[in-house]
Design a protein around this ligand. Structure first.
Ligand code: 4AD
Ligand code: MG
Length: 431
């Protein structure tokens, strides 16, 4: 008997295998149990025939509640109807731990609140299992892209002395009697790192005290942020486009079974190829108004505006040069038109909205100092940041991609709370 995972057993047809896992589901008749077993690597049907295992084992297999843990052995038999191409003919079954009670999550419909309250158990369900595997592949793809394209991984701190993305979404903590904030973005630190290493990226959790209960806001989310010295806005858009095409196609090719289980329309993702349309903020506003939507001059886009814009395209659209007034202090202004920032947002199709925000950074000392003052940010906290302009400042640019919004898009899951293992929302910090 070789001890294997459900995934590995697919290569061992005709052999006896031992699998350690949990009872996921069960259908029974007088002499047969059809046990659905999961072990983390996959889900498989194990068929138990009473005369082959004896009365005692057969009775136990029919009685134990779902999610009891078991070790079972038997022959891996070819079966075309199984997604893995085989099933197991059980010859032995040992119960490791019989679940105390009926498992709280049944196969019937539960409300999202109930499921979120049981997130620690919900993770075992097929859809949730598939989503986290897609997420892990996306993270691996992101790392591989940057690691193999000359970027150095540089970790940004989590405790920070000041705001990066506006003072309204800061989480404040007590830092030995002083104030510190949980980082909103590693960008400012990546700018320092880019001046040391040229091409860098950070990848970690970021925090926003978002008082919004939308389907795309978490208070703790993961962001990857590349930053490149001697790069302008056009180069930044080229990078975002190349990067997105790579990560999307990689996830589609490696996680097709999971995406199919999630009933994702893969033809939509196949379309994510270069070139992406690039339009200015002003062109985007015209698209919104053409569709009869109200839009205030110089305003930022809301979710419904982003959906209206993306409707016109079958792939992500890059919107550049927003009004500087609605963007962060560090954005470089367009020399042709100072009321516009040299920034870009990438809007994913199918109503997903913004997944990337970035652009060229202000590299002139005086102008940057002025912005810091205008935004009411504490000068002292930004001296180090200004030093980057004092000592050999160069044009530079980068962006941030939100992992959860991207996983949500890839999986076709509308709410970001389902694509992070333990979501942190304005109204949720348990489990
Ligand atoms: O557009 P944002 O705020 O950009 C920055 O933080 C820049 N400093 C990044 C950079 O240039 N290095 O955030 C970037 C992305 C968004 O496009 C979105 O995908 C995600 O981070 N994001 C969130 N995801 C989930 N919940 C939230 N509350 C998010 N806020 C931003
Ligand atoms: Mg943004």
């Amino acid at each position: 008997m070789s001890e294997v995972t459900i995934e590995q057993a697919a290569q061992l047809i005709g052999q006896n295998v031992t699998i350690k896992g949990w009872l996921y589901n069960r259908r029974s008749s007088k002499k047969l149990h059809f046990l659905q077993i999961r072990d983390g690597s996959g889900y498989i049907q194990a068929v138990m025939f009473k005369p082959e295992v004896g009365d005692e084992v057969f009775e136990a297999a029919g009685r134990i509640p779902f999610e009891s843990s078991v070790i079972l052995s038997g022959e891996a038999k070819a079966d075309e109807r199984s997604p893995l191409g085989y099933e197991i003919g059980v010859s032995e079954l040992r119960v490791v731990n019989e679940a105390r009670d009926e498992y709280p999550i049944s196969k019937k419909e539960h409300g999202v609140d109930f499921l979120m309250e049981h997130r620690h158990l919900w993770l075992r369900s097929k859809r949730q299992h598939a989503i986290l595997r897609v997420r892990a592949e996306l993270v691996a793809a992101i790392r591989d892209y940057f690691d193999s394209n000359g970027f150095l991984l540089v970790d940004a701190p989590i405790f920070t002395p000041a705001a990066c993305e506006g003072t309204t979404t800061l989480f404040q903590t007590d830092y030995f009697g002083d104030k510190a904030y949980l980082t909103q973005s590693g960008q400012l630190y990546m700018e320092a790192a880019a001046m040391a290493h040229g091409k860098v990226y950070c990848f970690g959790p970021t925090f926003r005290a978002e008082k919004s209960k939308t389907r795309r806001h978490l208070t703790e989310f993961w962001m990857v942020e590349p930053e490149v010295a001697f790069l302008d806005l056009d180069g930044d858009m080229d990078l975002a486009e190349d990067f997105l095409c790579y990560i999307v196609q990689r996830v589609v090719s490696k996680r097709e079974p999971e995406l199919r289980l999630l009933e994702r329309d893969l033809s939509k993702l196949e379309l994510v190829r270069k070139p992406f349309p690039r339009i200015s903020y002003d062109q985007a506003v015209a698209l919104i108004r053409e569709q009869g939507l109200e839009f205030e001059d110089e305003d930022d886009f809301g979710a419904e505006h982003e959906t209206a814009i993306s409707k016109n395209y079958d792939r992500p659209v890059m919107i550049h040069r927003y009004p500087s007034a609605v963007k962060a202090f560090y954005m470089k202004r367009d020399p042709q038109r100072p009321q516009r920032a040299l920034c870009v947002d990438v809007i994913a199709p199918e109503g997903v909205g913004e997944i990337i925000g970035g652009g060229q950074r202000e590299d002139e000392l005086d102008l940057l100092q002025q912005r810091i003052d205008e935004h009411g940010l504490p000068r002292e906290a930004f001296q180090w940041y200004l030093d980057l302009r004092r000592y050999g400042g160069v044009p530079h640019a980068g962006f941030g991609l939100g992992v959860e919004r991207t996983v949500g898009w890839l999986c076709g899951v509308p709410h970001v709370r389902e694509v992070i293992p333990f979501p942190r929302l304005m109204t949720r910090i348990y489990p």
